[in-house]
Design a protein around this ligand. Sequence first.
Ligand SMILES: *Cc1c(COP(=O)(O)O)cnc(C)c1O
Length: 356
Amino acid sequence: MKKYNFSAGPAILPAPVLEKSAQAVSNWNDSGLSLLEISHRSKPFVEVLNKAESLATELLGVPEGYKVLFLTGGASSQFFMSAMNLLNPEDLAVYIDTGAWSTKAIKEAKLFGQIEVLASSKDTNYNYIPKTYDVPQNAKYLHYTSNNTIFGTQFKEEPSSNCPLISDMSSDIFSRPVDVSRHGMIYAGAQKNMGPAGTTLVIIREDLLGKVSRTIPTMLNYQTHIAKDSSFNTPPVFPIFVSMLTMEWVKENGGVEKMATINEQKAAVVYDEIDRNPLFKGTAAKEDRSLMNATFVLENESLGEKFMEDATAAGCVGLKGHRSVGGFRASIYNAMTMEGVETLRDVMKAFEQKHA
Ligand SMILES: *Cc1c(COP(=O)(O)O)cnc(C)c1O
């Protein structure tokens, strides 16, 4: 039976990407070898890495002066690496707190600099994006989480600020255009919208580096990885390869502008049904709703298990909401098809017929 994977992460990947990945694992390009058993310094793999870098640059319009890296340690390691590399102990950086991931980023950054939380939506269980705040003149950067995977909210535009932005784009990278030039740094764990778990995309403005007084361990210093083109040590070859294939797929399908248009259409199918159907209600403020993670609950919570059963019977999996929000979460990343979201909508409609 056909499955529609609404998991938040690791998450759905485009079907042709999975097929090509499987082929590369058993016999890559008719070489008689697996992609997994060749040297990361071999010409074929160096080409993969270069292609991944150039595709990211092209798709996001990364300007001169920035470096695209593929690192390990997840987006979670970027919470501390960013502050460690960019802040002296007395330097100020400001953060917008829009959920669990922002909170973790703030906690880690506090180990390395003076951190001020400009605004937070914690008071309402993070169901909206704060929009009013003053950025102090001396802030080195403003950090925000562009899409809040758990709470289902998303910045519709980049925050206004005089200082460079740093964004955790783990769950909406390549889902829409972004003005990289306003950012000092962008990072994203691969496993939401780019590839399998195991690599983290980092885009960093090189002139911001080398300005801190502390000693930085070699592996945690961005300059190490810049100098060695993400191959100071063995890079995560398979996650980089699959991410490269996904970026190729995004390009073949019209790039991030086209992704944004389709993502708007898919999200509209889900949210229109949440709003129309008297059995359900959305949890995020309408104007801040995420195009990637639609969070919703049943008015009558006791029907929850029944709804999950009906969804599963229709092939819709991965819909259970995060424990901090409850209810349901439909993650509708780039690779989710219109057919998938329409199937979910039809399950919700049929559920109304049975239980309204
Ligand atoms: C999943 C997620 C993370 C954590 O990523 P890891 O790669 O598991 O460290 C961080 N930020 C956001 C927005 C996420 O969705």
